[in-house]
Every structure is written in C-alpha cells, then in structure tokens.
Design a binder for this molecule. Structure first.
Ligand code: FES
Length: 251
C-alpha cells in the first residue's frame, strides 16, 4: 500500500462547492445526527463530493466538507487519506481496485496486477482514452471468491487472467460487464452445486410430498446486477414525531 497523498497542485481545481441538489442531500445527512455530532456525517459528504468531482477528491472539496461540518481541514484530510474508497487523484471512467491482501494473492492477485500494469499502466495512471485507472487496495471483503477487483460500485470475483482480460475488454469498449462471480457459481456457493446437506430425505415435506430436488448446480444469471449505489438510493431518515413521554397517560 503506497502512501496516500493529495494530487499535485497542477491538477487541483481552484474551487469546489456542492451543487444545490447535493447540498440539499448533504443537509439531510447532517440532520441525522444530534447537535454537536455533525462531524459524523463526514464520510457520506466526502463520498458525495467525490461523485460530484468526477470520481476523486480535490483538496478544495475536502476543505468544503470541513467547512460545512465545522471541522478542522486536517481532521477531514485524515479521513480522506485513510480510506481507499476516497481517490485522491483523478481516476478513469472505470477505476479498478485490485485486492492485494493475502487470500487474493494466494489465489492469483499478482497476475491480475500484472495485467493491470500491462494494459492500463502504473497505479494511479489514467489510460490515454480516460477509460481506465487502477490501484491496489486492501481486503474488500469478498475473500471467499478470491481473487477479486472492484470496478466503481461493483465486484468482479473468481478472476483468472483469461476472464479478467475479458472484463477489461468490455470496460475498454465502454460497457459494464456482468458483475459478481466470473465463473459458474451462485454468489459464494460451491462451484457446480451443493456439497453438503445433499440427502433428499431431509427436505421431505411434512405433508408427505416428495422432497425438493437437491444436488443441482445453483445458478442465477440475474443474481448480481448493477444497481443504484447505496448512497444514491439513500434518503434522509424520516423524522417521525417522537411521543411525549412526559405527557399524562390515559387522557
Ligand atoms: S483478501 Fe481479497 S477480498 Fe479479502
């Protein structure tokens, strides 16, 4: 993991401010926290700032968020530099985050990194057509289907040099390939179907009907589809009226 620093001054925009729509969204996030705890909204606000700035966090965006939350710039900078989900330099339209932690390395992540280097260039470099960039990150929590990468909001798992090249081909063509596992399995179920609890008698229905068939390979082409990002579908917590516990009862 390389040291995470702000992008050089020559690529930093001179200013940043939330759009009216994003400002309204930011206010709903801040309103979720009690007075004096507004700093708790720092991560969602940084995330929204990153989206607005084109996928990375300029220094002015970090300072803007600090100002909104009444925090020192250094405190927000600490958060932005700690989490690799915040990109401190410009990224391509598709930013490939390659997991380089032990389970993924044991299952071939080094080959995935070599392909990134050959096809995209050095880490943090944006390809000439602006489509691709890549970076190595720590465990993304999909170790069971290692090795894996995250591209923008989606995971691509069970990678091999062959299927990862195909993923990059699609991205370079401007298309988002099917996310999730890139081999024949459902989510993180065993490849080729269940390997335990396969005795049909345990699935016998109480009414005496036949058991459900077992042993068939679990597949679900539509299991993982790109959806709206969590922070996009998120909405402010409804402010339901709180019952007045001091009010006299029974009246
Ligand atoms: S080690 Fe790669 S996802 Fe956990």
């Amino acid at each position: 993991m390389a040291t995470r620093r702000l992008a050089p001054p020559e690529v930093q925009p001179k200013e940043f401010a939330f759009t009216a729509e994003n400002l309204a969204w930011a206010k709903t996030q801040i309103a979720k926290y009690p007075d004096g705890r507004q700093a708790s909204a720092v991560i969602p606000l940084l995330w929204k700032a990153q989206e607005q700035a084109g996928g990375w966090l300029p220094q002015k965006a970090i300072e803007h968020v600090a100002g909104m939350l009444g925090m020192a710039d250094i405190r927000v900078l600490e958060v932005a530099t700690f989490y690799t989900m915040f990109n401190l330099e410009p990224v391509g339209k598709f930013n490939v985050q390659v997991c380089g932690t032990t389970p993924c390395v044991l299952r071939g992540a080094d080959e995935i990194k070599k392909i990134c280097k050959r096809r995209i260039g050095d880490e943090h470099h944006v390809s000439a057509d602006g489509k691709l960039s890549w970076v190595e990150v720590e465990c993304l929590g999909a170790c069971v289907n290692a090795p894996m990468v995250q591209v923008n909001y989606d995971f691509f798992e069970d990678l091999t040099p062959e299927n990862f090249e195909k993923v990059l081909d699609e991205l370079q063509a401007g298309r988002m390939p099917k996310p999730g596992t890139q081999i024949d399995r459902q989510f993180s179920a065993p490849v080729g179907g269940p390997t335990t609890l396969t005795d049909p008698s345990i699935y016998k229905k109480k009414n005496g009907q036949d058991a459900e068939p077992v042993g068939a390979a679990l597949t679900d082409d539509k299991a993982k589809r790109p959806g709206e990002a969590a922070n996009v579908r998120d909405a402010g917590t409804p402010q339901a009226p709180v019952a007045d516990k001091t009010a006299p009862r029974g009246r």
